[in-house]
Design a protein around this ligand. Structure first.
Ligand code: NAD
Ligand code: 4TP
Length: 332
């Protein structure tokens, strides 16, 4: 099987993305790594961190070869303005978006087999008047598909019905169409990408105690229960709606492959409590493989040498596994 070629975007240039990308280049990997970034930024950060890395221009015409520790292959895109570690600069927002588009395109063109993203600061991109709610939504728009965000540790998977949405908009967003699309993609991609034959999906309610039979909210009775009943007719294995406060207890988790939360902060605090620093963010529903770190830009740690690259390493491990499974599927 050819070695996968994985494209990585370091994300916000003032954050820890460049630091953790440099760190993972020190290790061997069973894939080729291509970084879409400004090579001068990476060279400056390597100097600040006192890391010796040979930064070269990527050559995508050659067959892929295993990553050599201490090297970094870069698909170059120039920053608009030299970064200052730890300090956001709106002038570089368009650069961040350009790196994402170029990296996604390399995957769509089949030149790379998976995309791994470093952290971006959503606010600075919006401050530059570029609407951006997250990589998940951006990549779905770019690829013309519907995304499902799922984060995973070694022991827990949590998917989200709604992603980067103000809390006041969540109830209206939970519609039968949204639940049917989300659950169908979740079921399909857990089968296809994760080789789980019949995924067992625990679905949270929206309200306290899943609405307490309509006494604490009606979204369960009006929308969630009928949607789950309809989806069960397609042989999707669904439990719920479960009260979210006990959906993450051991007896429930051991009977399920994934928990579907209705909104970002219903699902992710538990996931990050269980494994912040080693978890992986995976976008389902895309025509490309995309994984990401579980943390943000940590501006306070940029260029200090204190940023941990463990989540990026987990995201890369997952991307390699998913790319290998996909290649195997295509060749058999
Ligand atoms: N994948 C992504 O692009 C992604 C993910 C989460 C948050 N964000 C964005 O990042 C920005 C900052 O978010 P935040 O402050 O809520 O979260 P954060 O993850 O940047 O920081 C939370 C805390 O964790 C620490 N931390 C984060 N990553 C670390 C690492 N690798 N090693 C050691 N310590 C680490 C930080 O120093 C901070 O104390 C926001 O704009 C947010 O939207 C982006
Ligand atoms: N919701 C993610 C988290 O909390 O880790 C994070 O904001 C990144 O999302 P994107 O991958 O869509 O940028």
């Amino acid at each position: 099987m050819p070695l996968p070629r994985i494209v990585i975007t370091p994300g916000e240039p003032a954050g820890i993305g460049p630091d953790i990308c440099l760190q993972i280049c020190l290790k061997p990997w069973p894939c080729e790594l291509i970084f879409v970034a400004d090579p001068n930024l990476l060279a400056r950060r390597a100097t600040e961190l006192n890391l010796s890395i040979d930064i070269q221009q990527a050559d995508l015409r050659q067959a892929s070869s295993a990553h050599k520790p201490g090297t970094m292959n870069v698909f170059p895109i120039k920053l608009a303005k030299q970064e200052i570690s730890g300090l956001l600069d709106v002038s570089n927002a368009a650069y961040i978006v350009e790196t994402l588009k170029a990296a996604a395109q390399l995957c769509l063109d089949n030149q790379c087999q998976a995309l791994v993203t470093g952290p971006v600061q959503k606010s600075v991109i919006n401050d530059a008047h570029i609407p951006f709610s997250g990589h998940t939504e951006f990549l779905a728009d770019y690829c013309g598909s519907y995304p499902v965000m799922m984060l995973a540790t070694k022991t827990l998977r949590v998917a989200l019905a709604t992603t980067h949405l103000p809390l006041s908009n969540v109830s209206a967003a939970i519609t039968p169409t949204l639940l049917e699309k989300t659950i169908t993609i979740l079921n399909h991609d857990l089968q296809r990408q994760f080789a789980i034959a019949n995924p067992r999906i625990a679905v949270c309610g929206l309200n306290p105690h899943a609405g307490e039979n309509g006494h604490l909210g009606n979204e369960e009775i009006n929308t969630i229960i009928p949607s789950l009943e309809k989806l069960r007719l397609n042989n999707i294995c669904l439990t719920g709606p479960l009260p979210a406060d006990t959906a993450f207890t051991q007896p429930v988790l051991e009977k399920h492959d994934v928990v579907l939360a209705m909104y970002h902060d219903q699902g992710l605090p538990t996931l990050k409590f269980s494994g912040f620093g080693d978890a992986v963010n995976i976008t389902l529903g895309l025509p490309i493989i995309r994984t990401s770190v579980d943390h943000g830009t940590a501006l306070d740690l940029a260029a200090t040498g204190k940023a941990s690259a463990s989540s990026l390493a987990s995201a890369l491990d997952t991307a390699i596994q998913l790319a290998q499974r996909s290649t195997l599927e295509q060749t058999t």
